[in-house]
Structure formats: C-alpha cells, structure tokens
Design a protein around this ligand. Structure first.
Ligand code: 13P
Length: 267
C-alpha cells in the first residue's frame, strides 16, 4: 500500500527548477469497469525507472474501481486517488464516500471541487474548503480545482475568479503534503481548446502569488498543475510553462499510451 499523504517527499530527485516534483494525474471521471485495470498495468509497464524517479504519477478512477486499481498499482510508482469525497468522516449521507473510506482502500489523493462537481452538483467554495479539510483529516492529499468559465474569461474576470476560489477553498496551514492546486479553465475541459502558454503563465503566477499570501513560506512547495485538453501532442509545451508543476488529465488518461505520452514530457 502506498504511503499516506500524496505530496512530494523531501529529497527526491526530479524536481522542477522551482524545486517542486511534477505530478501527472489522470481523472477517469465516470468511465471504466474492472477491465480498466489493464490501463493501470499498461501505464505501470510503460513508466521507465528514470521517468518514475522524476515525477509523481496518479490515477483517479471512479470509486468503484479504487480497490482494484490499488491492487493493480501495488509496488509501482502509480498512486491511486478519489474524484470526490464527503466532508464528514461518516454518517447518514446516503450515496456519499468519506476521505477515511478512500484512505481505507489505499487512495492517497482526492480531487476536490472539480468544475463538473461545481456545475452539476452545485458545489460551492465553502463546500470545497470543508472537503479539503476532510481530505487532510484522513491523510489524503487534496487536489483543489479552480477555473473560470468561458463567460467569466470573456469578461476579463479569470484571475479574480480563480484567486477567490483558491482563497476560500484552501484550508489554513495547507502544506505540499496535503494540498495540490489544479487550474482547469472550464472552457478547456474536453473541448480540445487550451489557453495560450502566456495565458496559463499569467494565471499560474497569479495563483502562486496568492498562495504565498495565504500560506506563507510553505507556498513555494505546493504544486499548481494545469488541466484542460492536455494531450501527448501539447504536453511538452503546456507543462514547460513557468509555474506549471504537472497536469490533470481527463480524456487522455483513459488510454495508457496517451497518458504515458503526457508523462514523457518530463523524460
Ligand atoms: P480533459 O483532459 O478531457 O480536457 O479533462 C480535463 C479534466 O477535467 C481533468 O480533471
């Protein structure tokens, strides 16, 4: 079973020039059956020791597959995470899953406040904050997602939106062990559209500045990853942008070859 807490371990090599170890994370969303463990096995087989020494690799399958994926990834560098959690540890919340339950299965990360949860399940920034606290309570690393909609972007409000989402969502005293930030512009998710490298650089720099204000010295160790139509063909360009510490990958994480092609941006 992987060690508790998904954040970067001190002293590992493969750090970016900023000293942060890249994270390439796959979000399978509502896709996959038990046969999908073949993807984990293929990713495991395709990750060279050299690449695995440079980056953290994470797959977040549907909760039904966490247990089988943890087994398939056992003894490999691949961590397994959840896509959502309930903020409370247990109770009368039919259909919900707590951070403790995810950790019990061997998950070490959990995605918090993905835009699809915000849009389809009415998740608020305060709710995201409570869930991030829940993740920390159970020893999981919460990947807190922020991102503007197309309309907000068109109104020139992208920075205001993501900074506010970050400020409310992130728990006090966040550390690199319990927190990753993912910038996912809503309009770039599943559309094949991506911001320009200059636009990504501007948002990530702004989020990093905000992180500095919110958590002080530890901010420099917290990773900010990018998500939204990351593919093997654009990964090198997008992941090469300053202050981009990895990727949160949807569609391209469902096919091992495509996901490995993204990881290879760090080869
Ligand atoms: P796509 O990579 O399919 O655009 O999805 C991004 C995403 O939402 C990851 O969480």
């Amino acid at each position: 079973m992987p060690a508790r807490g998904g954040g970067p371990a001190a002293g590992q090599d493969g750090m970016t020039s900023a000293g942060r170890r890249p994270l390439v994370a796959g979000n399978w969303k509502m896709n996959g059956t038990r046969a999908s463990t073949a993807v984990i096995e293929a990713v495991r087989g395709g990750l060279t020791p050299d690449l695995a020494s440079r980056i953290d690799v994470l797959i977040c399958p549907p909760s039904t597959l966490i247990s089988t994926c943890v087994q398939a990834a056992e003894g490999s560098p691949i961590a397994i995470g959840g896509q959502n959690l309930h903020a409370k540890p247990s109770g009368a919340f039919t259909g919900s899953i707590s951070a403790e339950m995810l950790a019990d299965l061997g998950a070490t990360y959990v995605i918090v406040g993905h835009s699809e949860r915000r849009a389809y399940h009415h998740e608020t920034d305060d709710g995201v904050h409570a869930k991030a606290l829940g993740a920390r309570r159970a020893g999981l690393c919460g990947i807190i997602c922020v991102g503007e909609t197309k309309e907000e972007g068109d109104q020139g409000r992208a920075l205001d939106i993501v900074r506010a989402q970050l400020a409310i969502g992130i728990p006090k005293g966040a550390t690199a062990r319990d927190t990753v930030i993912a910038y996912e512009p809503v309009w770039a998710i599943g559309t094949g559209l991506t911001p320009t490298p200059a636009d990504i650089a501007e948002v990530h720099a702004s989020l990093r500045e905000m992180l500095d204000k919110l958590v002080g010295e530890e901010a420099g160790r917290i990773r900010i990853i990018y998500g939204g139509s990351v593919k093997a063909g654009n990964a090198r360009q997008l992941l090469g942008v300053e202050n981009v510490d990895g990727a949160l990958v949807g569609g391209a994480s469902l096919v091992a070859e495509d996901f490995l092609g993204i990881c290879a941006a760090y080869a």
